[in-house]
Design a protein around this ligand. Structure first.
Ligand SMILES: [Zn+2]
Length: 47
Protein backbone atom coordinates (compact mmCIF):
# COMPACT_ATOMS: atom_id res chain seq x y z
CA UNK A 1 0.00 0.00 0.00
CA UNK A 2 1.13 3.51 -0.70
CA UNK A 3 0.26 6.71 0.99
CA UNK A 4 -0.72 9.76 -0.92
CA UNK A 5 2.31 11.94 -1.51
CA UNK A 6 3.81 12.67 1.83
CA UNK A 7 5.54 15.96 2.39
CA UNK A 8 9.27 15.69 2.76
CA UNK A 9 9.20 17.59 6.02
CA UNK A 10 7.45 15.79 8.81
CA UNK A 11 4.77 18.35 9.33
CA UNK A 12 1.78 17.38 11.33
CA UNK A 13 -1.35 19.28 12.17
CA UNK A 14 -1.58 20.80 15.61
CA UNK A 15 -4.89 22.06 16.82
CA UNK A 16 -5.62 24.80 19.32
CA UNK A 17 -7.68 23.74 22.30
CA UNK A 18 -9.27 27.14 22.58
CA UNK A 19 -10.15 28.33 19.10
CA UNK A 20 -9.63 25.22 17.00
CA UNK A 21 -7.00 26.91 14.84
CA UNK A 22 -4.88 24.33 13.04
CA UNK A 23 -1.16 24.83 12.57
CA UNK A 24 1.09 22.70 10.40
CA UNK A 25 4.46 22.35 12.06
CA UNK A 26 7.31 19.89 12.42
CA UNK A 27 7.39 20.38 16.16
CA UNK A 28 4.75 21.36 18.64
CA UNK A 29 4.46 25.16 18.38
CA UNK A 30 3.42 25.22 22.04
CA UNK A 31 1.11 28.13 21.61
CA UNK A 32 -1.60 29.03 19.18
CA UNK A 33 -0.37 31.83 16.88
CA UNK A 34 -3.91 33.08 16.80
CA UNK A 35 -5.05 33.23 20.42
CA UNK A 36 -2.05 32.00 22.40
CA UNK A 37 -3.97 28.97 23.62
CA UNK A 38 -2.65 25.49 24.21
CA UNK A 39 -1.82 23.46 21.12
CA UNK A 40 -2.11 19.71 20.79
CA UNK A 41 -1.17 17.25 18.10
CA UNK A 42 -4.20 16.10 16.17
CA UNK A 43 -2.61 12.87 15.04
CA UNK A 44 -1.51 10.62 17.82
CA UNK A 45 0.77 8.00 16.33
CA UNK A 46 -0.71 4.52 16.41
CA UNK A 47 1.80 1.78 17.06
ZN1 LIG B 1 -6.15 29.42 19.31
Amino acid sequence: MRDVDQKSAEESPYECFDCGHVVLAENNPGQCPDCGGEIRNRHTPLE
